[in-house]
Unconditional design. Structure first.
Lengths: 242, 516
């Protein structure tokens, strides 16, 4: 069991992180055209609503939840010190996970039942859907059977994750966890691993900058002001058309 | 004043014969690929009709364009920062493929490879998406020439303003009329597609105003499809990128007319540069609906005005472009003669494709029996054997326009946001040109009447002659005045000239930075 633990909890996470970082950057630089959410709403728009919307919003909430336990464990523990508040956060997270599950099942049914969608589906799309389904089910199972995950995540998993990040891996506490939790952890690393090879890259290009940019965009092939500035003959900014 | 150049178009609808040659020229060059088979960057619609995609003009369905809110500002109707980002997982007002049509082909090989049988073999239609047999429900130009039909013409969104009685009169078999509306991307000054793109993939080229989608940056958030009120941004279902009319910019840069314009059989299309004041864009697009057309036309500046030229030069507009603007046929139609109007100005995108509204369906065919105008017909009126009249005028100079068989309200809803007066002004000018030319060439209209017609229409005889010439005699180079693309600058569109300017031979193999 020890060598498997070492692989799942130390070896694989580093490999996944490296592959994710190098792979995503490499893919963004070399095959930028393929960076797309690959929306299939155009081929099937109605059922997508009941899949995509609960799935994405639920996932967003769960992601924020996991990240806050990782980034501010003390804050989470302080919040959880009151049983009522703990209940709120646990039940809330559970509801979001159910939303993800329902959305995901709808998305899988939709993709399998439509002739048009089968044409635009790749093997990786099915693999990702299956992996996500496994991840949500194990997550729900853990939340139900090993109560108050938000608290023990902050006390057991957060130190482990930080130990990984600081390159001093300490898996003593984590390796004692039940196998379902380990499966969930492994699933998470597998998803990170697969990001550069799948449509999941679209979350890396979430258009946050849209909030700040002006609505209209006009691009000149050369800067109209810089080119007339005698002070900057060698430092004219590169046009960003291409 | 911030003067910029825009390559702009005028379509003369009286001359369109609805042959779809433009659509085919465009399709063969740009959209003959997987994923874009259903896209017609150029399409020709029969009006009244529902168009492509179906009922695209009805923004209650598609939520395209801009709308003015209570505080007088304009925001995108179905997209924008808040609405767009909140709906990014599912865009509720986006048209889906069935709103256009499912692309198809026929299994032609079955015709020759079929074994001998009692019955003739058939070529079954198959979907170009799934490859499986389908029953074709829609196709490109499915409603071509079907004016008057309940499924298409009567569902035209422009009929909303017309009373039931007016609609009925319009669709009586004897009075029925229709015209063609060729459409390409309008390359707007206030483009909704650009504003709606969360990735910032869509942009307007500063040099010539062409609106383009950067395929490397598009991430399929598909907001532009909703935001464009003309539905001229299309989603490529295969690559997961949006695509749209590029105004054949590779052809333009080489001095050629865009394919749709070059191939136009009726020679209805004109292309030329307009100089406009970019400072006015925001105010013009936000004005009251009744002012939109005037405000947009006011933005277009006189290319002979020295101040305008100075400002244009300061903005880097090259002299050859200014010269092209001075000879621009579009400027003549839109500003000098006031004959061309934008399509659906109420969408507030400031479209830069202008239409000369059609006179023919308005004036054609007065019935001898049921119109008082028929009694006042000129002696020169052509009276057909079945007692129908077809003429440019009756004794009352503008009788056929005042009692048009084709409701001006319909055209006003297309070209002037409901202002019938503006449509009437244009039609009177078109009619006056006809009366004037009839006097010149046939001579059976007395001078007095012709002069009155010109005067009341607000044009001079010289102007009428110019309109006539550019409408019917214009040669290729007069219809398309394309500014030089300046090859010496063109490299800067792709590369940074500074990289090669300061270097030797093939450049540096390593970046020549100082130090390590």
């Amino acid at each position: 069991m020890n060598s498997l633990d070492n692989f799942i909890l130390i070896g694989f996470p580093y490999a996944a992180l490296c592959v994710f970082l190098i792979g995503s950057i490499w893919r963004y630089r070399s095959t930028k055209f393929k960076f797309s959410s690959l929306s299939s709403q155009f081929l099937e728009g109605k059922e997508l609503f009941w899949g995509s919307v609960p799935f994405h919003w639920g996932l967003l909430a769960l992601f924020v939840g996991h990240m806050s336990a990782f980034l501010i464990p003390r804050g989470v523990l302080a919040w959880n010190s009151h049983p009522a508040r703990l209940l709120v956060i646990e039940i809330g997270a559970f509801i979001f996970a159910i939303a993800v599950l329902v959305g995901l099942i709808n998305l899988i049914i939709r993709r399998l039942s439509s002739d048009r969608l089968r044409v635009v589906s790749t093997k990786m799309d099915y693999a990702i859907l299956g992996l996500l389904l496994l991840q949500v089910i194990t997550g729900l199972w853990i939340a139900y059977n090993f109560r108050w995950g938000s608290s023990w995540f902050a006390t057991v998993l957060t130190p482990y994750l930080w130990s990984l990040l600081t390159i001093q891996p300490d898996i003593l506490a984590v390796s004692a966890l039940p196998w379902t939790i380990k499966l969930h952890i492994f699933g998470a690393y597998l998803i990170v691993f697969l990001i550069p090879f799948s449509r999941l890259v679209h979350f890396l290009v979430v258009p946050i900058h849209y909030i700040w940019r002006p609505y209209q965009r006009v691009i000149w092939s050369w800067s109209r002001t810089d080119v007339r500035n005698p002070k900057s003959p060698w430092s004219i900014k590169r046009p960003r058309n291409n | 004043m911030d003067i910029r150049a825009q390559v702009s178009m005028t379509f003369h609808l009286d001359k369109c014969i609805g042959c779809h040659t433009c659509s085919i020229a465009c399709k063969n060059i740009w959209t003959d690929r997987k994923g874009v088979e259903y896209q017609w960057w150029n399409n020709v619609e029969t009006k009244p009709g529902t168009g492509y995609p179906r009922k695209w003009e009805n923004q209650d369905i598609y939520r395209g364009g801009w709308q003015k809110n209570g505080s007088g500002e304009i925001n995108l109707r179905g997209a924008g920062k808040k609405r767009g980002l909140l709906n990014i997982f599912h865009n509720p007002h986006m048209p889906v493929i069935d709103d256009y049509y499912e692309p198809f082909t026929y299994k032609y090989l079955d015709l020759i490879e079929s074994p001998a049988m009692d019955d003739q073999p058939t070529a079954r239609p198959v979907s170009l998406i799934t490859g499986k047999p389908i029953d074709i429900k829609m196709g490109p130009n499915w409603d071509d020439d079907l004016s008057g039909t309940p499924d298409y013409a009567r569902k035209d969104p422009n009929l909303a303003d017309l009373s039931a009685a007016e609609q009925e009169a319009m669709f009586q078999l004897e009075r029925m009329a229709f015209f063609y509306l060729p459409r390409i991307c309008n390359h707007c000054l206030n483009p909704a597609c650009v504003a709606s793109c969360p990735s910032g993939a869509i942009y307007k080229r500063g040099e010539d105003g062409v609106v383009l989608i950067n395929q490397q940056v598009c991430r399929a958030w598909r907001m532009c499809v909703t935001a464009c009120p003309y539905k001229k941004s299309y989603y490529n279902w295969h690559t997961g990128k949006s695509e749209k009319c590029i105004l054949c910019y590779p052809r333009l840069e080489a001095g050629h007319a865009p394919a749709c314009m070059h191939s136009c059989v009726g020679r209805i299309r004109y292309l030329g540069v307009l100089l406009y004041d970019a400072d006015q864009i925001q105010d013009s697009a936000s004005d009251d609906e009744s002012q939109l057309v005037d405000r947009q036309l006011n933005m277009i500046m006189d290319p002979f005005d020295p101040e305008v030229i100075r400002s244009a030069q300061a903005n880097g507009v090259s002299d050859s472009t200014i010269k092209a603007a001075q000879q621009s046929p579009t400027y003549k139609f839109v500003k000098e003669w006031g004959l061309a109007l934008p399509l659906h100005p109420e969408f507030r995108t400031l479209p830069m494709l202008f239409y000369v509204p059609p006179l023919l369906p308005v004036m054609a065919s007065l019935s001898e029996k049921n119109t008082e105008q028929a009694d006042k017909a000129d002696p020169i009126a052509k009276i057909w054997s079945d007692k129908w009249l077809y003429d440019t005028s009756t004794e009352e100079l503008w009788g056929t326009i005042d009692q048009a068989r084709f409701p001006l309200k319909y055209m006003a809803s297309m070209f002037t946001a409901g202002d019938e007066g503006k449509v009437k002004t244009v039609l009177k000018k078109l009619m006056a040109v006809r009366i004037h030319r009839r006097r010149v060439t046939v001579g059976d209209i007395d001078d007095n009447k012709a002069e009155t017609a010109l005067k009341e229409a607000g044009i001079t005889a010289e102007m009428a002659d110019d309109i006539y010439k550019l409408t019917s005699l214009a040669k290729f180079n007069e219809r398309f005045v394309i500014p030089a693309a300046h090859r010496e600058q063109a490299i800067e569109m792709l590369d940074f000239a500074g990289d090669t300017k300061g270097s030797v031979g093939f450049g540096f193999t390593e970046k020549p930075t100082r130090g390590i």
